[in-house]
Design a protein around this ligand. Structure first.
Ligand code: ADP
Ligand code: MG
Length: 345
């Protein structure tokens, strides 16, 4: 290269660098606004919040993530008229081998592992009693079902009656029917996060009615998360800060319930009895993904305070409000946790 053209080249290189620096400064000064969008999915309001991405890119990512959640809802629900593999399995003759799609088979394996580790506090085989109670039906119940019928169903509605056999699955009793209600929402949140990541989104929250997974941060600062109070609407138990990749899922007795003869009946059943579990008002689990956090929050709700050491031994954190309204936490859970002041009324 001649000296003159070399000079020209370095001048244009300098100009380019200048442009880049300017673009950087421009980027800092005009950080894109957070994009927040809600959709009704999986029986709840799902809010997607995306930080630090251009609006158009964020909206396209949310559209795909919401579509993925809708697909999962259809694939796993046991309600409504549209056929799916889970409903077909529940209708198959007891003892007959039924192949399940890989995705269903994998989530079932995860669900059964949680059932085993929680000594049956979590059970994906409660489809029949769940339908009998009817909390997920379009017309929710206002009184308990016939107790003799419930007891009869509970003799067969056991997770040990769902077995894997040569690339297929069998149910060993007519009352053993799958229900992914305790884990499918968490799985859908994980899949939604995977879609957002594929779109290049690095900072986001997918919040499905208080069950959420968080990636990245908000303009370099942690996200601030409130935990809902199980008895006081609009109030929080407290708040904490979270960033990185973490899931926080709560099971509570306040989402779907009725009061009958002064007693609360809700949708989380104790698999030992088929009756609403009585040891907790809410159970929150913090785990590396929402599938585990969802399954274990349901298990911990059933186990109550005594389940905290188990959850901790599996590397998760938890916050539990017991039946008397007292707060318990695994050491360092959601630390630093900032409890809300108790009202004096
Ligand atoms: P939510 O779906 O309200 O966030 P959960 O994750 O605790 O709450 O799931 C409750 C749902 O899970 C019920 O509606 C029912 O479909 C199912 N279910 C109820 N009891 C259990 C249980 N002990 N183990 C697993 N699933 C359960
Ligand atoms: Mg759950």
């Amino acid at each position: 290269m001649k000296p003159a053209s070399r000079r020209r080249a370095s001048a244009s290189l300098l100009a380019l660098l200048g442009l880049l620096v300017q673009a950087q400064l421009w980027g800092c000064a005009r950080e894109p606004e957070d994009v927040k969008e809600s959709r009704f999915l999986m029986g709840t309001l799902v809010t997607f919040t995306i930080s630090g991405a251009p609006r158009e890119a964020a909206l396209a990512a949310i559209r795909d993530a919401a579509g993925e959640m809708r697909r999962i809802e259809r694939a796993f629900t046991i309600y409504g008229d549209a056929p799916n593999a889970v409903k077909a399995f529940n209708a198959a003759a007891p003892g007959a081998p039924v192949p399940l799609p890989d995705e269903v088979s994998r989530l079932l394996q995860t669900a059964l592992a949680i059932a085993r580790r929680s000594d049956g506090a979590f059970s994906p085989a409660l489809g029949a009693p769940d339908r009998l109670w009817g909390f997920s039906l379009p017309e929710p119940p206002s009184a308990p079902p016939d107790m003799a019928r419930l007891r009869a169903l509970m003799r067969g509605a056991k997770w040990t009656n769902i077995v894997h056999a040569a690339r297929s699955w069998k149910r060993l009793h007519p009352a053993a029917q799958l229900d992914f209600g305790g884990i499918a929402k968490g799985y859908a949140i994980d899949r939604a996060i995977a879609v957002l990541k594929r779109h290049g989104i690095a900072n986001a929250i997918v919040d499905a009615g208080g069950d959420m997974r968080i990636i990245g941060n908000r303009h370099g600062r942690p996200w601030r998360i409130g935990l809902r109070h199980p008895r006081r609407k609009q109030a929080t138990l407290g708040w904490f800060e979270a960033e990185g990749d973490v899931a926080i899922v709560t099971s509570g007795d306040y989402e779907r319930y009725f009061i009958w003869h002064g007693r609360r009946y809700h949708h989380i059943l104790d698999p030992a009895t088929g009756l609403p579990a009585r040891r907790s008002m809410s159970a929150t689990v913090v785990a590396r993904n929402a599938t585990l956090a969802d399954g274990w929050s349901t298990a911990l709700f059933v186990l109550g305070e005594q389940g905290l050491p188990l959850v901790r031994s599996l590397g998760m954190q938890a916050v539990l409000v017991d039946a008397a309204g007292h707060l318990h936490r695994t050491p360092d859970a959601l630390a630093p946790f900032h409890p809300s002041p108790e009202p004096h009324s």
